[in-house]
Design a protein around this ligand. Structure first.
Ligand code: PGA
Length: 252
């Protein structure tokens, strides 16, 4: 019922030339993806190269951030209006690497609203740090991130939001939450959505897991009933490993 969604977050990797080379190799091997969404999120500067090289492909292009205003005196920033014009369909908002640089829940909420107002879709990242998990604060931290991030967002916009649960302690560390640990948190996220919106929304919202996703752990993660996809950092940078992740259901 929930279409699986696999996204690659390239972070600050790959120039426009490297982006073209990656997609040329990659594209021919993902022609027949059905009942799955695949997204690549390159750095801003490499987005046009990705969009051009993908052409009419089913693979969509996302950005890793967008400003909460459409234009203005915001040196160094990019707005959703600009991203939409160059072919972006999704924007990652609230990634922990940006939260660590000072982005708070209020800014994240404003960014989500502005992305939605511009007709784009959001990958909204939430997740606890190791210290928070050790203090048993995972649920309270996620509840605050979700409630504040989604404040004022209408039920009708929820179908354009994907939630990505990314435990901070699992990002780029090689440590993955066990599939059942991740599934428990996904269930908790569904409960929050159910309370805030309705049982239908909690069933329909897609929740990705992110944090050291690799070809070796993708199958077990995707077998969990509440995991609807993955947000992949490091393993999305090589054609081979990203392909294995995308084709997780063909290698069993
Ligand atoms: P990782 O990154 O797969 O390299 O752990 C995931 C992310 O930050 O989205």
């Amino acid at each position: 019922m929930r279409v699986p969604i696999i996204a690659g977050n390239w972070k600050m990797y790959k120039t426009p030339k490297e982006t073209r080379q990656f997609i040329e190799q990659f594209q021919s091997q993902v022609k027949n993806i059905q009942h799955k969404e695949v997204i690549i999120c390159p750095p801003f500067i490499s987005i046009p190269a990705a969009v051009e090289t993908l052409g009419q492909s089913m693979i969509q292009v996302g950005a890793q951030d967008a400003h909460f205003c459409n234009d203005g005196a915001y040196t160094g920033n990019i707005s959703p209006v600009m991203l939409r014009e160059i072919g972006v369909r999704y924007v990652i908002i609230g990634h922990s690497e940006r939260r660590q640089e000072g982005e708070n829940d209020e800014i994240i909420n404003r960014k989500i609203k502005n992305v939605l107002n511009n007709g784009l879709k959001v990958i909204f990242c939430v997740g606890e740090t190791l210290i928070q998990r050790e203090k048993n604060a995972t649920e309270s931290v996620l509840q605050v991130q979700l409630m504040q991030g989604l404040q004022g967002i209408a039920v009708g916009d929820l179908s354009r939001i994907i939630i990505a649960y990314e435990p901070v302690w699992a990002i780029g560390t090689g440590k993955t939450a066990t599939p059942s640990q991740a599934n428990d948190v996904h269930q908790f996220i569904r409960q929050i959505i159910g309370h805030k919106y309705s049982a239908l929304q909690s069933e329909e919202i897609r929740i990705q897991y992110g944090g050291s996703v690799k070809p070796e752990n993708i199958q077990l993660l995707m077998k969990q009933p509440d995991i609807d996809g993955v947000l992949v950092g490091g393993a999305s940078l090589q054609v081979d490993s990203f392909l294995k992740i995308i084709h997780y259901d063909q290698t069993e």
